[in-house]
Design a binder for this molecule. Structure first.
Ligand SMILES: [Zn+2]
Length: 483
């Protein structure tokens, strides 16, 4: 029976927030623990299930994942890497391949690309064993990763709903090698471009067209995988740009040729990338939303997109909320405006046991203190949930506070506001509320299902959508749209 070592390291590391991601942010499973956490839309689940279905013995090692946030703490990462190595060492000389579920844009504070470190470490232990990888679409591909990896494949959807399929695909690359004893040929071509995440949703042009080109190519004989890996704009490093990766079974020439063709196609469409929804500066976004409320077709969503925690922003920039607090038209809405939300562990805790009371609260701008200032107000505490479990993210308390006609959600943990379930759990019926503002980019399916209209606010924070505003120092130049 063939043996394959598997692991997953998932984190999208925003290089602009001062927050360091550490053990409080990550869920980590070791060895057999992963079998209790096989879940839907998850690349490592796809990898493990597919390998097992092909009678491969799976060697589980370390599996770690966190919501996007600042770069990962060096000491914490090295602890996990050392555990990974010590487990892997027990299998020296006994494994046939390695399959990893990686993000591709995980960065370690004071170090570099986590993925480069992981594959280099593995190659020192297992120089002859091939490594196959599944990646997030927003992977930043380093030369070190390319050098040590024999096949990779990325998600083809954004929002990412094909994570399991991508894991299955990476497992198939592995099985193909195990069955044929032939290493595939891989070619990576860099495209001198970066795209804001909110311009790359795959249900709109040109991404839908480009993704379809990948799928068509994958139907060709000898093509094992084709991927567009877009990089991650909110990190300043030399690896960060769009890459094309093609894996073929017949020869290097075909991989090189197809990769170059896909790269040319992508670059030729660079002027076609636009925001997937209406996008305005914050003040205009709010005015437009207020205007639409006259139709009484609720709720209207605004994404506070410059401070999007699902892309690693601090989620405590207060500028957009202040704009709302200063707008007298919000006071006369039928129902409260919901603002979801702000990451503030101390302010959240200050609301505990205070439901039904008015308290003096200072909140926000603890982390994004350069870009914004804390809010200091008398607030009414409407609800509080202790140790809230939010969509597999780390458990933490959440509070619902009110100022005039605005309900604000405060959270103790750095989570993404990706699920509308939080509103119902806090006693809010979203359909009754004219405007919902989320610190988010494009709406997730959960919010899309109830949204009557959505607007992207080009707001302040660590995930500015206008990339030309970012003072990059490390990225390779020239780079579209900067130059
Ligand atoms: Zn992504």
């Amino acid at each position: 029976m063939k043996k394959v070592l598997v692991a997953s390291f998932h984190h999208e590391s925003n290089g602009f927030t001062p927050i360091t991601s550490n053990e409080n942010d990550f869920r980590v499973y070791y060895q057999d623990e992963i079998y209790e956490h096989i879940k839907e839309n998850d690349s490592i689940s796809g990898i493990i299930t597919t390998l097992k279905n092909h009678d491969v013995e799976v060697i589980p090692t370390v599996f770690m994942r966190a919501v996007p946030n600042g770069e990962v703490d060096e000491v914490f990462f090295n602890e996990q890497l050392n555990k990974f190595i010590s487990i892997a060492k027990n299998h020296l000389g006994k494994i046939d391949a390695i399959t990893l579920a990686l993000h591709g844009s995980m960065r370690i504070r004071n170090m570099a690309s986590a993925e480069a470190i992981i594959v280099e470490t593995l190659k020192e232990l297992f120089p002859e064993i091939p490594i196959f990888i599944s990646l997030d679409m927003h992977a930043s591909i380093s030369e070190r990763l390319i050098h040590h990896c024999q096949g990779m494949v990325g998600y083809k959807t954004a929002p990412h709903i094909d994570c399991t399929e991508t894991g299955i695909h990476a497992a198939q690359l592995t099985i193909n090698y195990l069955e044929n004893h032939m290493l595939p040929y891989m070619s990576v071509v860099k495209v001198p471009m970066l795209i804001a995440g909110e311009q790359s949703a795959t249900d709109t042009y040109p991404m839908n067209y480009l993704m379809n080109e990948l799928k068509l190519l994958e139907q060709q004989e000898h093509v094992l995988a084709a991927s567009y890996l877009l990089g991650f704009p909110w990190s300043d490093n030399v690896d960060n740009q769009v890459s094309v990766c093609v894996v073929t079974s017949n020869n290097q020439h075909s991989a090189d040729l197809y990769a170059q063709q896909l790269a040319d196609k992508f670059y030729s469409l660079r002027h076609e990338f636009t925001f997937v929804t209406k996008a305005y500066p914050p003040k205009i976004a709010l005015e437009k939303a207020l205007d639409y409320t006259k139709n009484k077709d609720y709720p209207i969503y605004i994404s506070d997109a410059g401070d999007n925690p699902t892309a690693g922003a601090a989620a405590d920039n207060t500028n957009f909320l202040k704009l709302c607090l200063d707008n007298c038209h919000i006071d006369i809405l039928d129902e409260t405006l919901i603002y979801a939300g702000l990451y503030d562990p101390i302010a959240t805790k200050a609301c505990e046991h205070k439901v039904g009371e008015y308290i003096h609260l200072t909140f926000g701008a603890s982390f994004d203190s350069i870009g914004s200032e804390p809010i200091n107000q008398i607030v009414y505490v409407k609800n509080y949930i202790k140790d809230y479990n939010y969509n597999n993210m780390p458990n933490g308390d959440i509070a619902l506070i009110n100022i005039v006609n605005i309900d604000i959600i405060l959270v103790e943990k750095h989570i993404g506001f990706t699920e509308s379930k939080m509103f119902y759990d806090l006693g809010l019926e979203p359909k009754n509320h004219p405007i919902i503002i989320c610190k988010l980019g494009y709406l997730t399916p959960s919010h899309q299902a109830i949204s009557k209209m959505s607007i992207l606010a080009l707001s302040d924070g660590h995930t500015p959508q206008d990339l030309s505003r970012i003072q990059y120092k490390q990225v390779n130049r020239p780079l579209f749209p900067l130059d």
